[in-house]
Design a protein around this ligand. Sequence first.
Ligand code: PMP
Length: 389
Amino acid sequence: NDRRRSSFFWGAPVKLEDHEPKSSTSRSAGIATNGIEGCIGNTPLIEIQSLSEATGRIILAKAEFLNGAGNSPKDRVALNMILEAEKQGLLTPHQGDTIYEGTVGSTGISLATLARAKGYKAHICMPDDQAFEKSDLLIHLGATVERVPVAPITSPDHFVNLARRRAIEHTRFSEDGSKGFFANQFETESNWQAHVVSTGPEIYQQTDGNLDAFVAGAGTGGTISGVARYLKLEAKMKNVKVILADPQGSGLYNKIKHGVMYSPTEKEGTRRRQQVDSMVEGIGINRITNNFEVGRDLLDDAVKVTDEQACRMARWLVENDGIFVGSSSSVNCAAAVMAAMKLPPGSRVVTLLCDSGTRHLSKFWKNIKEMGLEEEGEPTDLFAELGIS
Ligand code: PMP
C-alpha cells in the first residue's frame, strides 16, 4: 500500500527515512497516496504554545482539520462506516447505491467526498440553522442536500429521521436494484470504533503515552467515547482524565455533573433548537446517543464553555498562534485550559482542532467581528474566567 498518511486500520504507514526531503519542515512530502482515502488519519499533534505559556501546562491539539478528504475527524468515521457497509453487502460501488445521512455538516462532507471517490451518491439531510459554507460545499461535491427546519428528535421530519426514511424509501422503491444506505452516525458502532482504531492510538503514539488529560466535545459522542475507550481500556492508562467540553445550552454537562440532562425548570423537548442554544456548531446535544453512552462511564468530568468564551478563544488562537479554527475547536481549547488549570503545573493535556474557520465565516466568525473582538489584545478576562489567575 503506497500510502503517505495511511492510518491504523487502512494499512501501515510506509517509512522512507533514507529519502526524506531536506527541508526545514518536519513533515515529509512522502510518496503517492492511494487516492483521497490515503489522506485520512495520522494528523499532526500541535503544541499550542500561547496556551502552554499562559497555563504553565502543556496544551496539545490534534489537527483534525488536516484530514485530507472532508477536512475533519469525520473522515475517519465516514471511511469506517462505508468500509463496514461494504463488508456487510449494504453498499456496492458503481451500482447507483446512495449513502443517506443526517448531519450538521462535517460527516456529510466526509461522506459526500468519499462517496465520489468510491462510486456512490450522497444524500444529506441537515438542519437549516447551520452555516451555509457547509451546505454549499456539499452541493459542489454533488450531494443531494435537504436543509430542513429545526424539529425535535421525536418528529419524523427531524433531519436524522428524514435521512433514515429516505434511505428506506430508496431501497423499497428502487427500480434499478440500487440500495439506499443510512449511515446513522449517532447510533452506529462504526463511528466510535473508528476512533478506537485510529485517533486513540495516534494520540498515544504521538505523546509516547505521556498525557494527563484528553478533552473533547461531543456531537454524536463518537470521538470522546472512542478515544476514552482506547486510552483507558486498551492502553490501560488508569490515570488519564477524560473531560467533556460542552457548549452552553447542551444537556451533556448536566448529565455528567448531576445525572440529569435538564435543570428542574426545563421540560425535555421544549427547546426550539435541535442541538443546543448556542452559536457553536458540531458539538453539544440534548439527548444521549449510543455513541455517547458507550463511553459515558469513562468520563471523569465535564466543563461548560459559553459562546462568548468560545469567540474570545477563537480570536486568541488566530492572533497568537496563527490557528484559524471553527467553533467546536474553540470550545475544546477553552475547555482544555479549564481542565489544565485543575491539574498540576507541567501536566500534558490533549484536545482536538476539528475544523477550519473557513467553514464558519458566515456565522461564528461574523459574530466574532460583530462582537468587536477583532482588535482585542490581551484577553485577561477570558483567562481569568478559565481559571488562570
Ligand atoms: N466538531 C465538529 C465541527 C463536528 O462537526 C463534530 C461532529 N458533529 C464534532 C466536533 C464532534 O464529534 P463527535 O460526533 O465525534 O462527538
